[in-house]
Write a protein that binds this ligand. Structure first.
Ligand code: PLP
Length: 340
C-alpha cells in the first residue's frame, strides 16, 4: 500500500512536470522582500547549490493567506522575508514547521528573542525602522511645508498627496497600524488614521509602492520602511527621509518553513543560507538597506542607524497574535478604508 502511494505521488509529479515540459523546482519559496532581492537570492542560491528553485514575490498578508488556504496540501516550502509579526501569526495558527537553524548562535539579541518568541518556528533575518519620505523637488515646487512628525501628515496642505499600504495585504502597512496604536493608544490612533485618510490618495497593495511613487513624483509623500526609501534615494531620486518626531516602530523580517513542506531538507538548507553572512550579503549586493540579523554579516553602508531613531518598544507578541491582528484589520476596514 505504501509502495503504491509513493509510486502514485512520483507519477503525479512526473505527469505535472511532463505536462508543462518543466522539471518540478527543488524548492518553492514565497518572498516578501523587494523584487530585486528576491531575484538576487534565487540567483545566489541556485549558483551555490546547482539546483533550480522557484521564488515568487508577494506581499506579506497575501503570503499568509496563501499558506493558510493551502494548509491541507502545501505547495510552498519556505516563506522568506516580510514582517515578522505576520510570521508569528502563521506560527500561532500551526502553519509553520519548527527548525533550529545552524547560525542561530550568531544572531543578534533581537533576532534571538524573536526566534524564542516564535517557539522556534521563525528566525529573524533583518530589522528596519518605519518612517516616511517625501519628494523634495515636488515639495519645493508646490511650496509646501516639510513634514517632520506623524501628526504633520494630517495637514490639509497634503490633501490627496500621500500614499500608504493597505494593512490587509502589506506587512509594512500593518506595522504602521500597530506602530500608531502603540504610540498614541488605540482610539487616538484611529482618530489620527481617520484624519490621515482625508489626505490619502490611495492604499497600495504592496508596502514599498508608496516610496517608489514618491521617488518618481507620482505622489508627494510615501509611508514605508526607511530602508526602502534609502534604496530609492541611492539610485538618484530626490527623496527626503523622515524618522517621525513622535517616534516610530520597526519590523523584524523573518524566514519560516511551511508545515508539511514537500522539500523539507532543502527548505532547512535554504533557511541556513538565509541566516549566513553569505546569504544575508545578497541583500546589500541587491541595493537593500535593512540591518542583517547575523552578527558576522556586514551592515549595508547606507542602512539607517536604528540605534539613533526614537523607537517604540514594539510588542511583537501582541501584534503577531491572530486575534489582535484580525481585530485591528477589521476596525481599519470598517472605520478607515470604507470611507476612502
Ligand atoms: N520591502 C522591504 C524592503 C521590506 O523590508 C518589507 C518587509 O519585510 C517589505 C517590502 C514588505 O512588503 P509588504 O509591505 O508589501 O508586505
Amino acid at each position: 500500500m505504501r509502495g503504491i502511494t509513493a509510486f502514485s505521488a512520483v507519477a503525479a509529479l512526473w505527469l505535472a512536470s511532463a505536462s508543462t515540459g518543466m522539471a518540478a523546482p527543488s524548492l518553492t519559496v514565497l518572498c516578501g522582500v523587494d523584487e530585486t532581492w528576491c531575484a538576487a537570492m534565487k540567483t545566489a542560491y541556485e549558483a551555490k547549490t546547482g539546483l533550480e528553485i522557484s521564488v515568487t514575490r508577494k506581499s506579506t498578508g497575501d503570503i499568509l493567506n496563501q499558506i493558510r488556504a493551502e494548509k491541507a496540501a502545501p505547495t510552498v516550502d519556505v516563506w522568506w522575508g516580510g514582517t515578522g509579526d505576520t510570521h508569528l501569526q502563521a506560527g500561532s495558527e500551526n502553519l509553520l514547521e519548527p527548525y533550529q537553524p545552524a547560525h542561530e548562535r550568531d544572531m543578534l539579541p533581537w533576532a534571538q528573542n524573536f526566534f524564542a518568541m516564535s517557539g522556534g518556528r521563525s528566525a529573524g533575518i533583518y530589522a528596519g525602522a518605519l518612517g516616511f519620505a517625501y519628494n523634495g523637488d515636488l515639495l519645493r515646487e508646490l511650496k509646501l511645508p516639510a513634514p517632520t512628525c506623524w501628526k504633520d501628515l494630517t495637514d490639509i496642505a497634503y490633501r490627496g498627496r500621500i500614499q500608504s499600504g493597505n494593512p490587509n495585504s502589506s506587512g509594512t502597512a500593518f506595522t504602521t497600524l500597530a506602530t500608531l496604536v502603540q504610540l498614541f493608544g488605540e482610539d487616538e490612533a484611529f482618530r489620527y488614521l481617520a484624519a490621515l485618510n482625508r489626505n490619502i490618495e490611495r492604499y497600495t497593495p504592496s508596502g514599498a509602492a508608496p516610496v517608489k511613487a514618491a521617488a518618481r513624483g507620482e505622489t508627494l509623500i510615501g509611508i514605508s520602511f526607511m530602508h526602502d526609501a534609502v534604496t530609492q534615494k541611492q539610485v538618484g531620486f530626490p527623496l527626503v527621509i523622515v524618522a517621525p518626531c513622535e517616534g516610530t516602530g520597526y519590523e523584524i523580517g523573518a524566514v519560516s518553513i511551511v508545515k508539511g513542506a514537500r522539500n523539507i531538507e532543502e527548505a532547512k538548507r535554504f533557511v541556513d543560507f538565509a541566516l549566513s553572512p553569505e546569504g544575508q550579503g545578497t541583500g546589500a549586493a541587491a541595493g537593500q538597506n535593512q540591518v542583517p540579523s547575523n552578527a558576522k554579516s556586514s551592515l549595508p553602508l547606507a542602512a539607517p542607524d536604528i540605534s539613533m531613531i526614537k523607537m517604540v518598544d514594539y510588542d511583537f507578541a501582541t501584534f503577531g497574535s491572530p486575534d489582535e491582528r484580525s481585530r485591528l484589520l477589521r476596525r481599519f476596514d470598517a472605520e478607515i478604508a470604507a470611507t476612502n
